[in-house]
Design a protein around this ligand. Structure first.
Ligand SMILES: [Zn+2]
Length: 77
C-alpha cells in the first residue's frame, strides 16, 4: 500500500478501455527486442485474458503479474 497516487492513473492498454489497470503483462518480441527486454501492457480485470491471449498466440507473453506486485518489485520508482 503506497501513499503515492501514481497507481490510480494507470489505465488498461486495451483499445478504448478506460478502466483502471490491475494486471501487468510482460512481453517480448524476439524479432524486435533483446531476450531480456520486457515491454509491458496494462490490463483491467476484463481484458487480462484477451490481451494475454493476443500476446500468447504470438509467443510474446512472458509473464502476467498483479499490478501492485509488479510495482513492489520495480526498483525504478
Ligand atoms: Zn480493459
Amino acid at each position: 500500500m503506497s501513499a503515492s497516487s501514481a497507481s490510480t492513473d494507470l489505465i488498461c492498454s486495451a483499445k478504448g478501455c478506460r478502466a483502471a489497470a490491475v494486471w501487468v503483462l510482460a512481453w517480448n518480441n524476439p524479432k524486435l527486442h533483446t531476450p531480456e527486454r520486457r515491454k509491458t501492457w496494462l490490463a483491467c480485470e476484463e481484458h487480462r485474458e484477451y490481451l494475454s491471449r493476443f500476446l500468447g498466440v504470438r509467443g510474446f507473453l512472458k509473464d502476467v503479474v498483479a499490478l501492485d506486485a509488479w510495482q513492489a518489485s520495480a526498483p525504478d520508482r
